[in-house]
Design a protein around this ligand. Structure first.
Ligand SMILES: Nc1nc2c(ncn2[C@@H]2O[C@H](COP(=O)(O)OP(=O)(O)OP(=O)(O)O)[C@@H](O)[C@H]2O)c(=O)[nH]1
Length: 364
């Protein structure tokens, strides 16, 4: 199955909410089709300074109007029209649209920006669900394009990749998946199990290491992670390894300790290579929704985060948080995870993501 199909299937919860919400909106105008069309080029409204708080998700079942829009009549198709219900894109419609976007965890600011941009040049026009969806997907793709960047590979050998993030975000799994993918691409990889406080985390990394055919450096439980990082870099240098990935602890509840620990890791790494680490990846769990934004703020203070990986986009209705992250921080998004298998981590593709989030098909 292609990754897009998988992404679309697994992000069903985000897109189905938006989908149903949009259909309900357009339908509710009932015969929005009868509403008088406003002049074509009314100016787009300014974002309201006082946004409506996100309402609770409306879960009432919506009767799907037999796929209107999907199958326009022959004449309609020939004339490039369809007979799908349409609703005038007015202030009320935009406000409701914002609410829907906020429910997908896009955040108030980004939802307002997306709907204001959507209104530009379209305000006052009648739009069908599929037209709104296509315009939304375009707008989201536009926001996401600048941040879609695979993990950059440098000539430096070993390239040191420090992986940070809260416990349970998916660091270990992501390191395992990346190690396996780089290994398959012909790179030699080494992993350092820097979360020396949790024996289970070390064991899990060892499992991934074996699976990927990659050595995993460990240290006794409770020992100094910086010393492990130093030894790992020294060994990786001696062995001419291409990529060294260093796992770290994510105990945010003791932030001062974590900050000191990360700072010490950086200090010792730089004794061996002043440019290390070459990348600092922050792994975020999509199911935490807006909390992911706080985590970026915090980890940017603890470490010089150079890029993001978003895990667990499957099974959450909160995929919109990725749009909010791109809009707010502009940090590169290197990869996204939609499951627990090796091939469930892929480079981030904005068009595919937007289509999966909104529930549209990809343009040919
Ligand atoms: N569904 C799903 N589960 C994932 C994904 N990525 C990771 N997981 C699961 O999330 C759980 C936590 O992942 P870990 O990789 O152990 O997270 P961690 O950040 O290393 O956590 P600690 O070891 O506690 O520091 C595991 O059960 C993973 O299998 C994903 O993209 N989708």
């Amino acid at each position: 199955m292609s990754f897009f199909k998988k992404l679309k299937q697994r992000m069903f919860r985000s897109s189905s909410k938006l989908d149903e919400g949009l259909e309900a909106l357009v339908e509710e105008a009932g015969s929005g089709a009868d509403a008088p069309p406003a002049p074509e080029q009314s100016p787009a409204p300014q974002p309201r300074p006082d946004p409506v708080p996100a309402p609770q998700a409306q879960e009432q079942p919506i009767e799907k109007p037999a796929e209107q829009g999907a199958k326009p009549g022959l004449l309609g198709r020939m004339l490039g029209r369809d007979d799908a219900p349409r609703r005038v894109l007015d202030d009320e419609m935009l406000e409701r649209l914002e609410e829907l976007l906020i429910q997908s965890d896009m955040g108030v600011e980004t939802a307002m920006r997306v709907s204001a941009n959507l209104a530009e040049g379209r305000f006052g026009r009648k739009m069908s669900v599929s037209e709104i969806k296509a315009a939304l997907a375009d707008e989201i793709t536009r926001i996401m394009e600048p941040v879609a960047k695979p993990l950059p590979l440098y000539a430096a050998r070993p390239q040191v990749v420090l992986v940070v993030g809260v416990n349970g975000a998916g660091k270990t799994t992501t390191i395992g998946k990346l190690a396996s993918q780089f290994r398959e691409a012909g790179k030699s990889v080494m992993i350092a199990a820097g979360d020396t406080f949790r024996a289970a985390a070390v064991e899990q990394l060892q499992v991934w290491g074996t699976r990927a055919g990659v050595p995993v450096m460990t240290a006794p439980e409770g020992s100094d992670p910086a010393s492990l990082a130093y030894d790992a870099l020294a060994r990786a240098k001696a062995e001419g390894i291409d990529l060294l990935m260093i796992d770290t602890a994510g105990r945010l509840q003791n932030r001062a300790d974590l900050m000191e620990e990360l700072a010490k890791i950086l200090r010792v790494l730089r004794k061996l290579d002043p440019d290390a680490p070459h990348n600092t990846l922050l792994v975020l769990d999509a199911t935490t929704g807006q909390n992911a934004l706080n985590q970026v703020e915090i980890f940017r203070k603890l470490a010089d985060v150079t890029g993001l990986v978003m895990t667990k986009l499957d099974g959450t209705a909160r995929g919109g948080v990725l749009v909010a992250l791109a809009d707010r921080f502009g940090l590169p998004i290197h990869a996204i995870g939609v499951g627990e298998q090796i091939d469930d981590l892929q480079a981030f593709d904005p068009e595919e993501f937007a289509a999966a989030l909104i529930g549209t098909d990809l343009q040919a």
